[in-house]
Design a protein around this ligand. Structure first.
Ligand code: NZQ
Ligand code: ZN
Length: 391
């Protein structure tokens, strides 16, 4: 196991009606004037917005609003939000929605006290050390941004989808009401499930040895998701299943399952090219890329893939030919994603084979070759993974 520092101070308020604590929590974490940041209006249709406003008003906390965050959030609205916060003396950013609203809120929070262009943090990887405090009211179990120090934004100049990070970006609090996720269409629920599974897998496939505690945590979270996810698809109002999936999304990405080990993240890097080019849902892109990545890199450590197959997917170990076990695990993972309604191929995603060379080039205009991780990836590897995703 590698040495590590882990500090994840987000305060979680979980359960039915938990939005009623919004005002009290904003005050507790030093907010006097709030920017409420949200997406395309789902929060107004499902009542979450009304409950949040009522709570802020009960706590006598003034607020302004900036809605319109798109899935795969764009830089334009971030610039607007920074300007609005500065002009209005906002001292707390409250994201109400999913990973996109949260990530856009984090970008605004980072940009307000920064003299340069907020995009610098995304372009050059400088950690964010100063930001306005922010909190979240989560409405979709997916990205894990409610407990992570990360944000992902698409820069409209060139359509680069990139991440930034920094401990200053961990939400001060996150409110998680599983009931508010019941209005999600099954496709979005499944995208979220795929994303959280990917977050665990990006940590599980490592070259660091003797990481049994985090290996077992990863396996447990994946097994819980495999058990609970189909229930949320079959019955969107199954509270207990929604609750388990909502917490799994947080646990999958606040890094408790990733500390002490080298991580990968190349499926995410490759998927970001798909969401930047075709504006597909992040989870749907991952559903196509992850199994393809697995097939391509499996040879790098067949035993680890066989372990994944046996411990997570219940495959029988073939000691004579461990690669058969490894392949069976990948096949079961892919079949599971299909069973919850996720695409399996480029075509089902709406992606085009002829774009593969350009996508690979675009990735390497901002990333150094080779991509680091479980197995280093050069241009031909990325192209091969994208081609494996065709079928
Ligand atoms: O915009 P609204 O109207 O709110 O609709 C959203 C959106 O269309 C809808 N939705 C959310 N909650 C709902 C709901 N519809 C009905 N009922 C509800 N309760 O769902 C759609 C997707 O929302 P979005 O916020 O985009 O989803 P998600 O949480 O999957 O976020 C995706 C973004 O997060 C980034 C992704 O790259 C992507 O841009 N990620 C961020 C990470 C982080 N910050 O740590 C890590 C992840 O790897 C991920 O990359
Ligand atoms: Zn993700």
């Amino acid at each position: 196991m590698d040495d590590f520092r882990f500090y994840a101070p987000t305060y979680f308020c979980f359960g039915r009606d938990s939005e009623k604590n919004t005002g009290e929590l904003v005050a507790r974490f030093g907010g006097h004037k709030v920017l409420i940041h949200y997406g395309g209006g789902s929060i107004k249709r499902n009542g979450v917005y009304g409950r949040v406003i009522a709570s802020l008003e009960a706590a006598a906390i003034p607020y302004l609003e900036l809605g319109g965050v798109l899935p795969n959030p764009r830089s334009g609205l971030v610039y607007q939000g920074i300007e609005l916060c500065r002009r209005e003396g906002i001292d707390f950013v409250l994201a109400v929605g999913g990973g996109s609203a949260i990530d856009s809120a984090k970008a605004i929070a980072a940009g307000v006290p920064y003299e340069g262009d907020f995009w610098d943090f995304y372009a050059n990887g400088t950690p964010v050390t100063q930001a306005l405090p922010m909190g979240t009211v989560l409405t979709i179990a997916a990205a894990g941004s409610e407990g992570s120090p990360d944000t992902v934004i698409t820069q409209e100049q060139g359509m680069y989808k990139r991440g930034a990070t920094g401990e200053a970006l961990r939400p001060k609090f996150s409110i998680l009401n599983p009931e508010s996720t019941m209005t999600l269409p099954p496709f979005q629920t499944a995208c979220g499930i795929t994303d959280m599974m990917a977050h665990v897998c990006e940590r599980y496939f490592t070259n660091t040895t003797q990481v049994e505690t985090t290996d077992r945590l990863c396996e447990a979270v994946l097994k819980a998701i495999i058990e609970e996810a189909p229930k949320t698809i079959a019955d969107p109002a199954d509270y207990q299943a929604r609750a388990n999936i909502m917490w799994a999304g947080m646990v999958a990405h606040n890094n408790i399952v990733g500390v002490g080990r080298q991580q990968d993240w190349n499926s995410h890097r490759i998927e970001h090219e798909l969401s930047a080019l075709y504006d597909v849902a992040h989870g749907a892109g991952l559903s196509v890329i992850m199994p393809a990545w697995m097939k391509h890199v499996m040879r790098h450590d067949v035993q680890r893939f066989a372990q994944f197959a046996v411990r997570v997917w219940g495959c029988d170990m073939d000691f004579a030919q461990p690669e058969r076990t490894a392949l069976e695990g990948i096949a079961r993972f892919r079949a599971f994603l299909t069973s919850i309604g996720m695409p399996a191929t480029f075509e089902q995603l709406g992606a085009r084979a002829q774009d593969i060379p350009a996508m690979t080039e675009h990735l390497f205009t901002a990333e150094k070759e080779p991509l680091p991780g479980f197995m280093q990836l050069y241009r031909p590897d990325v192209e091969a993974i994208l081609r494996l995703a065709l079928a």
